[in-house]
Design a binder for this molecule. Sequence first.
Ligand code: C5P
Length: 400
Amino acid sequence: MLKGKHIVLGITGGIAAYKSVQLLRLLVKAGAEVQVVITPNGKEFITPVTLSALSGKPVISEFFTANTGEWHSHVDLGLWADAMVIAPATASTIGKMANGVADNMLVTTYLSAKAPVFVCPAMDLDMMAHPSTTRNLELLRSYGNHIIEAASGELASHLTGKGRMQEPEKIVAVLDEFFDRAADKSLKGKKIVITAGPTYEAIDPVRFIGNHSTGKMGFAIADEAARRGADVTVVAGPVQVKATEPSVQTIPVTSAREMLEATQARATDADIVIFAAAVADYAPAEFHDTKIKREEDGIDCIRLVKNPDIAATVASAKKSGQVMCGFALETDHEMEHASAKLERKHLDAIVLNSLRDKGAGFGTDTNKVTIVTSAGKEYRSGLKSKADVAADILDVLGAM
Ligand code: C5P
């Protein structure tokens, strides 16, 4: 799927720059049009002549061509690109990208690019492990950039050297898969209902019981499903996030009861229902019509009653052919609890988040999940952006 795609290949000053020659050859071989942008330091490692010969285009490094004074428009380049790949990406370039230090053509182009960006870090182990690098990579992920690393996990880093640039063949495979996904309309004609965000259970007109859910994961799934052609409705508790895909319909609700009603009404003819909301388990038994006054001695108790389980209620009325998927946020015995929930709630799949995983769960822009199906299959996502996790979840549910 790389045929005819416009790729900006950014090369920075790392020893792995020699691998970019092979990456460029593979991209060209796959039919992509490649414009190389190299940093001044990058030129110390690899000569632009090799790169322009392979890409068939003059390599861009400076804002101006020295002898003619021709101005290179980073804005035009950013708009021309279907994807931008920065390989190798040094700690310095990653830091500049994360913080908007646009002192060269490469970072300036990055800041103007509307296309998806793929960053392939390459540096020695200590630099990779420094909190500054970790934080900058985290920032890039939060901007929606894709980080392509050679190996993750402690064991892998011992064996292969974390920080080594990913092999060109693998980078091309990631890009290929990305463009395949972008062209994926496999959910066309499917109706998908998603619950997202927290619920607020009113105590009185100004106070409520709620939780820290932001709705990011639910909306990421909604956007990805809409990109794949689905007709998507999100039943959302009080959230700040919005769908970016204009076709997504959002039904705002406040309490668990309202969420249940709205979800039930829309789930009957849905093909897939995903329960990503963090529903409050309890609601105050009584609602005070007026604001409760500050009592001198405090309030003895607010009696709570159990909220309906939206997932269990909706899934108990599941018709054949419907696929229903819940979430489980666990702190211990993760797999056991998730599997038990799957069964108890009559779900077809459950997405397990462990609070023990850094970068997973509430509020973050990344997640790391295990998708467990009722057939006992397990899919592990690894730590990625919520958008990429959403794609994994829809891959599994779409194939059920
Ligand atoms: O039982 P627990 O709250 O851990 O289950 C989590 C799953 O059930 C999530 O998919 C959540 O959206 C759903 N749920 C629900 N209604 C509730 C509680 C949880 O739909 N009252």
